[in-house]
Ligand binder design. Structure first.
Ligand SMILES: Cc1cc2nc3c(=O)[nH]c(=O)nc-3n(C[C@H](O)[C@H](O)[C@H](O)COP(=O)(O)O)c2cc1C
Length: 192
């Protein structure tokens, strides 16, 4: 697909089929993340791909466990693909996706968060190009804050000074793929 067309086509998907993505596709998506722009050319972010549906579900539940609803602004995210903001009954922040990539970045680095989300953006676009659905998910740090999360980080041998910053869920859309979302007017200007 032509790039701008792909950007308009890509949507955040929150309903997934049971079907797992291939290891090869996950490798390509991670490679896209690794090639993201990065502050100071430091290439600090680390991406861990979890291609295991039950482990993805386990981490997705941790992602919601510490979700603080008291700080929500009250906006509605999506009618056709409800988010955990829209539906408090959703138990996994990964919406049943069979795979997820976790983006880690350095704890005390000024641009650690933008670095991670640049990786995530590259990854969701690569996924869309491969016909794989995705959603960027926040709350990385909170997700791994408890005993279970900390044990996983140890098992994955992440450097001590790294935090999970965000996630990219991966899988195949269950049901109809949503239409491009209309854009609000007046959000850009060109000054000459
Ligand atoms: C920084 C960031 C954090 C996000 N966090 C979440 C999240 O935690 N849960 C979720 O369901 N969607 C999350 N999203 C996806 C947005 O809700 C989604 O991009 C937005 O509603 C626009 O819809 P679209 O991606 O389908 O165009 C996040 C997106 C961004 C850019």
């Amino acid at each position: 697909m032509e790039l701008l067309e792909l950007m308009k086509y890509r949507r955040s998907i929150r309903k997934y089929q049971d079907r797992q993505i291939s290891r090869e596709d996950m490798e390509t998506i991670i490679e896209a993340g690794i090639y993201a722009p990065n502050a100071g050319g430091g290439q600090r972010s680390i991406i861990v791909g979890v291609r295991n549906a039950s482990l993805t579900e386990k981490i997705g539940r941790l992602n919601v466990a510490r979700f603080d609803r008291s700080r929500l602004s009250g906006s509605y995210v999506s009618a056709d693909q409800p988010s955990i903001i829209d539906d408090p009954a959703i138990k996994s922040g990964f919406y049943g996706a069979p795979a997820v990539c976790v983006v880690f970045s350095m704890r005390n680095f000024l641009y650690s968060i933008p670095d991670a989300f640049c990786c995530a953006e590259n990854m969701v676009l690569m996924a869309a190009e491969l016909g794989i659905s995705s959603c960027i998910i926040a709350r990385g740090e909170e997700t791994f804050a408890g005993e279970i999360g900390e044990a996983l980080l140890k098992e994955w041998k992440l450097p001590e000074n790294y935090f999970a910053r965000c996630f990219v869920t991966l899988g195949y859309c269950d049901g109809e793929y949503p239409q491009p979302k209309p854009r609000k007017a007046g959000r850009s200007k060109i000054i000459e």
